[in-house]
Design a protein around this ligand. Structure first.
Ligand code: ADP
Ligand code: MG
Length: 245
């Protein structure tokens, strides 16, 4: 792909851990304004791909272009500055701080251990972010008082604090009821409609196919299918991979 074929462009991305190839020369494009599903069985290399894109890991080889610029191997804080944010599959909010404070810390991390209260402006922005992710009436609770779906919302609020134009969401639906999946899907759709491009990871396709505009399916670190939800649903290679055929 050409560097400006999309907002994010991966070419022959590869990540090896010792003898294990977690990401195997993976190439794909994320188009501006879409919700892209990034689907694959457990261990397929989804999180490792995210880690290589967001600067947590240096790829073994291949390239990553963002906004047309070569950002391969740049550290995570540079990617955040460039407008990329992510959520983590397992994340740990500070349970002794309120929801509001946890979001505020993503806005102003240097205030982490300050004893003084939040500055007015930071507090106001944190409150807006909490409302945006549906936690407006829980700002004074602590994270351990939230249901799992609420923790995901908190994690999204923290990711949105960096004002991203690309948001990578790792396995948001694991452990949620179908009602919670639908509510969270609505939130992600709203974010897309507000202009944020999203990549949403899942290890199964149920639920995800109704949310996404397009999907990439990977297995053993390599792309096995790509297309609209309809095309993915009918793809024989995908059906075999998922039925263990
Ligand atoms: P997924 O997110 O699709 O479930 P991962 O990207 O987490 O898959 O893992 C892909 C493969 O890479 C797995 O075999 C996993 O054990 C391995 N792996 C992931 N991270 C590391 C690491 N830091 N060190 C060694 N192996 C890893
Ligand atoms: Mg993963």
């Amino acid at each position: 792909y050409a560097p400006d074929d999309g907002l994010l462009v991966l070419n022959d991305l590869r990540k090896e851990f010792g003898g294990l190839t977690a990401v195997d020369d993976l190439s794909f494009v994320v188009e501006e304004g879409e919700i892209l599903g990034f689907i694959g069985p457990n261990g397929a290399g989804k999180s490792t791909t995210f880690n290589c894109v967001t600067g947590a890991y240096a790829p073994t080889s291949g390239s990553v272009h963002y906004h047309g610029e070569d950002v391969t191997g740049e550290p995570a804080y540079e990617m955040v500055k460039r407008g990329m944010a992510r959520t983590f599959q397992s994340f740990k909010p500070l349970d002794d701080r309120t929801v509001l404070r946890n979001v505020a810390l993503a806005l102003a991390p240097d205030k982490l251990f300050s004893l003084s209260g939040l500055r007015g402006e930071t507090e106001e922005r944190a409150r807006e972010l909490c409302e945006r992710v549906g936690l407006g009436d829980r700002v004074h609770q602590t994270p351990d008082e939230l249901p799992h779906a609420g923790l995901l919302r908190l994690e999204l609020g923290r990711a949105l604090a960096t004002d991203p134009d690309l948001l990578l969401v790792d396995e948001p639906f694991a452990g949620l009821s179908s009602g919670e999946v639908a509510e969270l899907s609505d939130l992600l759709t709203d974010l897309r409609d507000e202009g944020i491009t999203l990549v949403v990871v899942d290890h199964n396709m149920r639920g995800l196919l109704s949310l996404i505009d397009r999907a990439i399916v990977i297995q053993f670190g390599a792309k096995i299918a790509e297309g609209t939800p309809e095309e993915i649903r009918n793809d024989e290679t995908v059906q075999e991979a998922y039925l263990g055929g």
